[in-house]
Design a protein. Structure first.
Length: 137
Protein backbone atom coordinates (compact mmCIF):
# COMPACT_ATOMS: atom_id res chain seq x y z
CA UNK A 1 0.00 0.00 0.00
CA UNK A 2 2.88 2.39 0.79
CA UNK A 3 4.44 1.78 -2.62
CA UNK A 4 1.15 2.69 -4.34
CA UNK A 5 0.97 6.03 -2.50
CA UNK A 6 4.61 6.75 -3.36
CA UNK A 7 3.91 6.19 -7.06
CA UNK A 8 0.78 8.35 -6.92
CA UNK A 9 2.62 11.19 -5.15
CA UNK A 10 5.52 11.05 -7.62
CA UNK A 11 3.07 11.06 -10.54
CA UNK A 12 1.21 14.07 -9.10
CA UNK A 13 4.48 15.98 -8.59
CA UNK A 14 5.60 15.24 -12.16
CA UNK A 15 2.21 16.27 -13.59
CA UNK A 16 2.20 19.43 -11.44
CA UNK A 17 5.72 20.37 -12.55
CA UNK A 18 4.73 19.82 -16.19
CA UNK A 19 1.65 22.01 -15.81
CA UNK A 20 3.67 24.72 -14.06
CA UNK A 21 6.26 24.70 -16.86
CA UNK A 22 3.53 24.83 -19.52
CA UNK A 23 1.72 27.72 -17.82
CA UNK A 24 4.69 29.93 -16.95
CA UNK A 25 7.75 28.97 -19.04
CA UNK A 26 6.46 27.61 -22.35
CA UNK A 27 6.50 30.36 -25.00
CA UNK A 28 2.96 30.59 -26.39
CA UNK A 29 3.85 33.15 -29.07
CA UNK A 30 6.38 35.72 -30.11
CA UNK A 31 6.37 38.70 -32.40
CA UNK A 32 7.18 42.36 -32.95
CA UNK A 33 5.22 45.41 -31.82
CA UNK A 34 5.89 48.89 -33.18
CA UNK A 35 4.91 52.22 -31.74
CA UNK A 36 5.85 55.18 -29.59
CA UNK A 37 7.28 54.31 -26.20
CA UNK A 38 5.12 55.91 -23.53
CA UNK A 39 7.06 54.86 -20.42
CA UNK A 40 9.21 52.22 -18.73
CA UNK A 41 9.35 52.09 -14.93
CA UNK A 42 10.94 49.86 -12.32
CA UNK A 43 8.40 49.01 -9.65
CA UNK A 44 7.24 46.36 -7.21
CA UNK A 45 6.95 45.68 -3.49
CA UNK A 46 9.06 42.53 -3.27
CA UNK A 47 10.21 41.86 -6.83
CA UNK A 48 11.35 45.02 -8.64
CA UNK A 49 10.47 44.56 -12.30
CA UNK A 50 10.56 46.79 -15.36
CA UNK A 51 7.11 47.56 -16.79
CA UNK A 52 6.35 49.62 -19.88
CA UNK A 53 3.74 50.76 -22.34
CA UNK A 54 3.97 51.22 -26.10
CA UNK A 55 1.35 53.35 -27.89
CA UNK A 56 0.63 51.96 -31.35
CA UNK A 57 -0.69 54.00 -34.24
CA UNK A 58 -4.35 53.62 -35.15
CA UNK A 59 -7.54 53.68 -33.17
CA UNK A 60 -10.05 51.10 -32.06
CA UNK A 61 -13.51 51.36 -30.68
CA UNK A 62 -13.89 50.45 -27.04
CA UNK A 63 -17.20 51.36 -25.48
CA UNK A 64 -19.79 52.51 -28.00
CA UNK A 65 -19.20 56.17 -28.85
CA UNK A 66 -15.56 56.27 -27.72
CA UNK A 67 -12.19 55.99 -29.44
CA UNK A 68 -9.16 54.42 -27.78
CA UNK A 69 -5.58 53.98 -28.95
CA UNK A 70 -3.86 50.63 -29.17
CA UNK A 71 -1.66 50.15 -26.12
CA UNK A 72 0.83 47.34 -25.60
CA UNK A 73 1.78 46.78 -21.95
CA UNK A 74 4.90 44.73 -21.43
CA UNK A 75 7.60 43.69 -18.97
CA UNK A 76 11.37 43.65 -19.45
CA UNK A 77 13.71 41.17 -17.75
CA UNK A 78 17.01 42.53 -19.05
CA UNK A 79 18.18 45.65 -17.17
CA UNK A 80 20.29 46.88 -20.12
CA UNK A 81 17.27 46.81 -22.47
CA UNK A 82 15.13 48.53 -19.81
CA UNK A 83 17.73 51.28 -19.34
CA UNK A 84 17.90 51.91 -23.09
CA UNK A 85 14.11 52.15 -23.23
CA UNK A 86 13.93 54.48 -20.20
CA UNK A 87 16.53 56.83 -21.70
CA UNK A 88 14.62 57.07 -24.99
CA UNK A 89 11.00 57.48 -23.95
CA UNK A 90 8.86 59.11 -26.64
CA UNK A 91 10.74 57.59 -29.57
CA UNK A 92 9.46 55.03 -32.07
CA UNK A 93 10.51 51.46 -31.32
CA UNK A 94 10.19 48.01 -32.85
CA UNK A 95 10.25 45.61 -29.88
CA UNK A 96 10.54 41.83 -30.08
CA UNK A 97 8.55 40.05 -27.38
CA UNK A 98 7.64 36.60 -26.11
CA UNK A 99 4.16 35.79 -24.86
CA UNK A 100 3.65 33.34 -22.03
CA UNK A 101 0.37 31.93 -20.73
CA UNK A 102 0.89 33.42 -17.28
CA UNK A 103 2.93 36.04 -15.44
CA UNK A 104 5.47 35.31 -12.70
CA UNK A 105 6.10 37.99 -10.05
CA UNK A 106 9.89 37.95 -10.53
CA UNK A 107 9.56 38.17 -14.33
CA UNK A 108 7.03 41.02 -14.50
CA UNK A 109 3.38 41.97 -14.17
CA UNK A 110 2.42 41.02 -17.71
CA UNK A 111 2.61 37.88 -19.82
CA UNK A 112 4.43 39.82 -22.58
CA UNK A 113 8.22 39.95 -22.08
CA UNK A 114 10.31 42.21 -24.34
CA UNK A 115 13.62 40.50 -25.02
CA UNK A 116 15.19 42.74 -27.67
CA UNK A 117 15.01 46.11 -29.43
CA UNK A 118 14.93 45.68 -33.19
CA UNK A 119 14.97 49.37 -34.11
CA UNK A 120 14.66 52.82 -32.60
CA UNK A 121 13.75 55.99 -34.50
CA UNK A 122 13.42 59.58 -33.37
CA UNK A 123 15.41 62.71 -32.85
CA UNK A 124 18.02 62.41 -30.12
CA UNK A 125 17.25 64.92 -27.45
CA UNK A 126 19.89 66.69 -25.45
CA UNK A 127 19.38 66.29 -21.75
CA UNK A 128 20.34 69.38 -19.83
CA UNK A 129 19.88 67.68 -16.45
CA UNK A 130 20.59 64.02 -15.95
CA UNK A 131 18.27 62.33 -13.44
CA UNK A 132 19.87 61.22 -10.21
CA UNK A 133 20.15 57.45 -10.01
CA UNK A 134 19.10 55.96 -6.68
CA UNK A 135 20.53 52.64 -5.67
CA UNK A 136 17.56 50.68 -4.32
CA UNK A 137 19.31 47.37 -3.78
Amino acid sequence: MGRFFTIVIIALVVIGAGLFYWRFYWVFGEGVKSGELNFVVKKGYIFKTYEGKLIQSGFRGGIAGSIQSYEFEFSVENAQIATTLMENSGKQFDLHYKEYLGALPWRGNTKYIVDSILSMNGQPEEKSIKPKVHNTQ
